[in-house]
Ligand binder design. Structure first.
Ligand SMILES: [Zn+2]
Ligand SMILES: [Zn+2]
Length: 827
């Protein structure tokens, strides 16, 4: 028989593009909103962030695996919605736009800047969508969404207005994290810590008066007490905002100075020395200055000691009037340099010490953050922590260990979530302030998109003072972008839209796939917001993937030059190769190594699969009904092994850990099915089709049918099981070999019989006990032939040459196949 598959090699570029077109034309991944006969399965897909070129190869791998989740669910009979969105709000977009067009956001017209951002985004977005499609994502590209669309932003605003009405939002003026480079408030969740080298500066403070000596001083009018105390600080530039010096109450060096006053060098202001346990005797000199604000501990101390705040930096990151004429209007670093220099000149520095200091940095710009008093809007989160912790245990995590990251974060939360940002490219805070009484007025949650910095308010009368005609001033700040992305599960389920029809059917969604590093942001904020708005956790499961790292285990970054652009790689090796590499590379939840070499290696399996398919495609397909009632022992053996692999794959798929099926299928297909089984039954499979009623031929015919049935049963099961991982090559082999009418991607992952096979402990399962012996025997023969030099040719025996070795008794039932396979001459 002519092989149904002609091409001797797998050409992904041609075949994959043709299949893509077919899938698109037939719209096979359509989510049927009105088909409630099937359970809905909505994936809360992470909308990727287009912040620069190229798109990270690790991110592309991540999306390839999310697609596998969608395909598994679909093949398990679910009605799957796999939304595709692009996250387009926020700072990285602004920074990218400033760089690309060489402009400064705050120095140009806001609307013009926003228009530029959109153009920059469109380019990046087009590229990402192209890669996602080329990878074979079975997502809903037809209605892909953008978080900066009017519709999306309107939902962000409507949900904020709803929270406001529930009293879950409040304004407050309090010390907050501030990034001088981004010129905006930063939430705790957006801070990373790094050990950074810095100088610990030992400054000489003059002690003004000692406890008990006050009287003496008054009497003598003696102001020349030159006792000094050395205060060590990593933030000498905040000297002018110092309101106290603390020493540890147990520190014997300073016991006699507790309650005394010191004079701030250069600034000649007097502050007191206060005992406090947070001063560590072993750090620096043991005496620490408390400034507004050097760090979070200072914030704590100002509150605790009732100190009066001095605003050291303004909202643009410059020193304020409080720094005095000499130092006003400087950047933090400038102020630092100048103050250190002046201290040195005045002989007020004892020494400087190089240390590394655990420094809080802005996650985006990696700038050390400052803490300054800012007016911000806060969404309540502290009071939700106990509820969220409880819900965290109801959420099924894949892998389970990553629940800890969320719990640890929840335990560390001690302030509410500041959501206002002093940026431009984001969803506007929908507030207008009454010009008469300054009260914030909010529009109704009517699903409209509001831009208070440029739009007229949708009301005329102040709801507080009732003034009409005094006018309103629009808020010009935007939201933290997590305010937008945290409602993705509500947006994709059409929350607040045609609620009855869609929302009730699909919410809570099935699964949130996401990266490990945004558990404390995206995962936490989504849970918080959805619980506040719907009372329910938005998903049943959370799937957490590790990072793509380079060959040496290092994070990929442009500065290191180890970034790999996924698109050329996918074009060169094909989407299936890329997908198979991504699945087989690392266990779920762990970081995985990315290199072109590793990806190229994955291609070998696809070639193997293609070759096996091509070989088998020349044999008649024997279905269940035409199969003989009793199968030959070798056939029963490989089917027992197949059952084991099915079990393994089923376990992997139920955990969405594609590492398990990818490796199980590769090992089985390559190292057992092809290497041993196919070789063992080739002779039977090639038996000519003769059926003349002769008993001997009847027996041969049965034996042949048993082999053909088993070969195809194994191969079609392999295709079905690996279809979610490598959808293109499987589709091609499937339609050519088994069903030209239907796509495999709408078939069940496992046939009914396979499902049953696993239920009952099949008696044939014990056939797997022969596996080791079969492999060992075959390998032994192959080696023997290699070692034996033929007397006729003077070369090692070929695999077809006869050899005189007996089949061991334990493999007696496989004797016929083994003899034919190796041309064993022994009787
Ligand atoms: Zn920053
Ligand atoms: Zn008013």
């Amino acid at each position: 028989m002519e092989p149904k598959i002609q091409s001797t090699s797998w050409n992904p570029e041609i075949i994959e593009n043709a299949i893509l077109k077919k899938w698109e034309d037939e719209d096979i991944y359509h989510f049927a909103i009105d088909d409630e006969s099937k359970p809905a399965f909505v994936i809360d897909t992470p909308p990727p962030y287009p912040s620069g070129r190229p798109w990270h190869i690790g991110a592309a791998a991540h999306y390839a695996q999310i697609d596998m989740i969608a395909r598994v669910a679909r093949m398990n009979g679910k009605n799957v919605l796999f939304p595709i969105g692009i996250d387009r709000n926020g700072l990285p977009v602004e920074i990218y736009t400033e760089k690309k067009y060489k402009v400064r956001m705050r120095q140009m017209d806001r609307q013009k800047f926003l228009d530029l951002c959109k153009v920059a985004l469109d380019d990046l977005e087009a590229e990402m969508i192209q890669i996602m499609k080329r990878m074979g994502l079975s997502g809903n590209f037809k209605d892909y969404y953008r978080t900066d669309s009017d519709e999306y932003r309107a939902l962000t605003q409507a949900t904020f207005i709803e929270l406001w009405k529930q009293g879950l939002v409040y304004p407050a003026n309090r010390p907050n994290n501030y990034c001088p480079d981004c010129a905006t408030t930063i939430a705790d969740a957006e801070i990373v810590y790094n050990e950074i080298p810095t100088k610990l500066v030992y400054m000489k403070f003059k002690v003004r008066d000692k406890k008990g000596e006050e009287e003496k001083k008054k009497n003598n009018n003696d102001n020349t007490d030159d006792t000094l105390i050395i205060v060590a600080s990593t933030r000498p530039e905040l000297l002018f905002a110092c309101q106290a010096v603390i020493v540890n109450p147990e520190d014997d060096r300073y016991k006699h100075l507790q309650g005394s006053h010191v004079i701030l060098p250069l600034f000649n202001r007097e502050v007191s020395i206060v005992p406090h346990p947070s001063a560590k005797p072993e750090f620096g000199s043991g005496a620490v200055m408390v400034c507004s604000y050097g760090d979070q501990n200072d914030v704590q101390l100002f509150r605790e000691l009732g100190l009066e705040e001095i605003v050291a930096l303004n909202e643009n990151g410059f020193t304020t009037e409080a720094a005095g004429q000499q130092y006003v209007g400087l950047r933090v670093n400038q102020a630092r340099t100048k103050i250190i220099k002046d201290l040195k000149n005045a002989g007020l520095i004892e020494k400087e010490e190089n240390i590394t200091h655990r420094t809080p940095l802005c996650e985006r710009s990696k700038t050390p953050i400052e803490i300054i008093p800012l007016h911000d809007y806060y969404v309540k989160q502290i009071e939700f922590v106990p509820q969220l912790k409880e819900l965290a245990f109801k959420l099924k995590f894949h892998p389970d260990m990553h629940r800890q990251i969320l719990l640890k974060w929840l335990d560390s939360i001690n302030i509410d979530w500041p959501v206002s940002r002093r940026r431009f490219y984001g969803t506007e805070i929908p507030i207008w302030y009454c010009n008469s009484c300054k009260t914030p007025n909010l529009p109704p949650p009517d699903g409209k998109y509001y831009r208070p910095w440029k739009d007229k308010p949708p009301f005329e009368k102040c709801e507080k003072c009732g003034s009409v005609g005094s006018g309103f001033t629009g808020e010009d700040r935007t939201f933290d972008t997590w305010m937008d992305s945290s409602i993705s599960p509500l947006y994709v389920t059409k929350f607040g839209k045609d609620k009855k029809k869609m929302f009730d059917y699909v919410y809570p969604t099935a699964i949130r796939p996401q990266a490990k590093d945004i558990i404390r942001t995206w995962l936490h904020y989504s849970m918080l917001r959805c619980v506040q708005l719907t009372g329910k956790i938005p998903w049943h499961e959370a799937w957490i993937m590790g990072f793509g790292i380079d060959e040496k285990g290092e994070k990929m970054s442009k500065s290191k030059g180890n970034v790999i652009d996924p698109f050329p790689v996918i074009q060169k090796y094909g989407a299936d190769t890329f997908r198979f590499w991504s699945a087989s590379e690392a266990n779920l939840g762990y970081d995985f190594r990315c290199s072109e070499q590793r990806i190229a290696g994955a291609q070998k399996f696809l070639s193997k699969l293609w070759n096996i398919g091509r070989f088998l495609s020349s044999f008649e397909v024997i279905g269940e009904r035409q199969a003989p009632p009793h199968l030959a022992p070798s056939d029963r053996w490989i089917l027992a092994e197949l059952a084991r692999v099915i079990k393994e794959c089923r376990r992997g798929y139920s955990e969405y850990n594609f590492f398990v099926p990818a490796n199980a299928i590769r090992d089985f297909t390559w190292h057992l099915f092809a290497a041993h089984y196919i070789e063992m039954v080739k002779a039977r499979a090639y038996t000519a089709n003769i059926n003349d009623g002769n008993n001997k031929n009847d027996e041969d015919e049965r034996s042949k049918r048993s082999a053909l049935y088993t070969l195809h049963r194994c191969f079609s099961t392999i295709l079905s099981l690996i279809a979610p991982v490598i959808p293109f090559i499987v589709e091609e082999l499937w339609t050519k070999m088994y069903s030209s009418e239907t796509t495999i991607h709408k078939q069940a992952l496992l046939r009914k019989e396979e499902e049953e096979l696993e239920e009952e402990e099949d008696e044939d399962a014990q056939m797997t006990k022969y596996t080791r012996a079969i492999i060992d025997f075959n390998s032994m023969i192959w080696n023997k032939k290699k070692e034996t030099i033929s007397k006729e040719t003077g070369k090692p025996l070929s695999l077809k040459d006869p050899i005189d070795i007996p089949v061991p008794p334990e493999l007696e039932q496989f004797e016929q196949d083994l003899k034919a396979m190796h041309n064993l001459t022994t009787k």
